[in-house]
Ligand binder design. Structure first.
Ligand code: HEC
Length: 125
C-alpha cells in the first residue's frame, strides 16, 4: 500500500511537471500585445465609427465605398486628403451637384475628417 501511494505521487509529479504550459503562456502574451497595439485599436475605432456615420453615403456610393453605378464615384481606398477636399468643395458650394451637395452640407468638420479617413482605409476594388 505504501509503495503504491509512493508510485502514484511520483507519477502525479511527473505528469504535472511535463504539462508545464510553456507555449500557452506564450500565446497569452502574444494576444495581450495585439489587443494593446494602439495602431490596431485606432484602426478598429475608425472602422466602427466610420461605418455608422457612412450609412447614408453607402446608399449611393456602395456598401464598402465601391459603386456599381457610373454616376456615383467609388470612394474606397482613395487618398484621404483628396476625399476631404472634395467633401469640403461640395459643402462650401465650390462644387455643385443636386445629389451630393445636400449630403455634404449636412456634415460637420469632424464628419468630413472621419468619412474621408474611413473611405480611404477601405480596400479599393
Ligand atoms: C443621393 C446619392 C448620394 C449620397 C447619399 C451621397 N453621395 Fe457622394 N456623390 C454623389 C454623386 C452623384 C457624386 C458625383 C457628383 C458629381 O459628379 O459632381 C458624389 C460625389 C462624391 C464625392 C466626390 C468623388 C469624386 O470622385 O469626385 C465624395 C468624396 C462623396 N460623394 C462623398 C460622399 C459621402 C462621404 C457621403 C455621405 C455623407 C455621400 N457622398 C453621400 C451622390 C451621393
Amino acid at each position: 500500500m505504501k509503495k503504491l501511494s509512493l508510485i502514484l505521487a511520483a507519477v502525479s509529479i511527473l505528469v504535472t511537471g511535463c504539462s508545464e504550459p510553456t507555449d500557452s503562456s506564450a500565446q497569452v502574451s502574444a494576444s495581450a500585445t495585439a489587443v494593446a497595439d494602439p495602431a490596431v485599436v485606432a484602426k478598429q475605432q475608425l472602422l466602427n465609427q466610420g461605418k455608422s456615420r457612412a450609412i447614408s453615403c453607402t446608399a449611393c456610393h456602395g456598401l464598402q465605398g465601391i459603386s456599381n453605378v457610373a454616376m456615383y464615384p467609388s470612394l474606397a481606398g482613395r487618398d484621404a486628403a483628396e476625399l476631404k477636399q472634395l467633401l469640403v468643395a461640395y459643402r462650401t458650394g465650390e462644387k455643385v451637384n443636386p445629389l451630393m451637395s445636400p449630403q455634404a452640407k449636412a456634415l460637420s468638420d469632424a464628419d468630413v475628417d472621419l468619412l474621408a479617413k474611413y473611405f480611404s482605409v477601405l480596400p479599393a476594388k
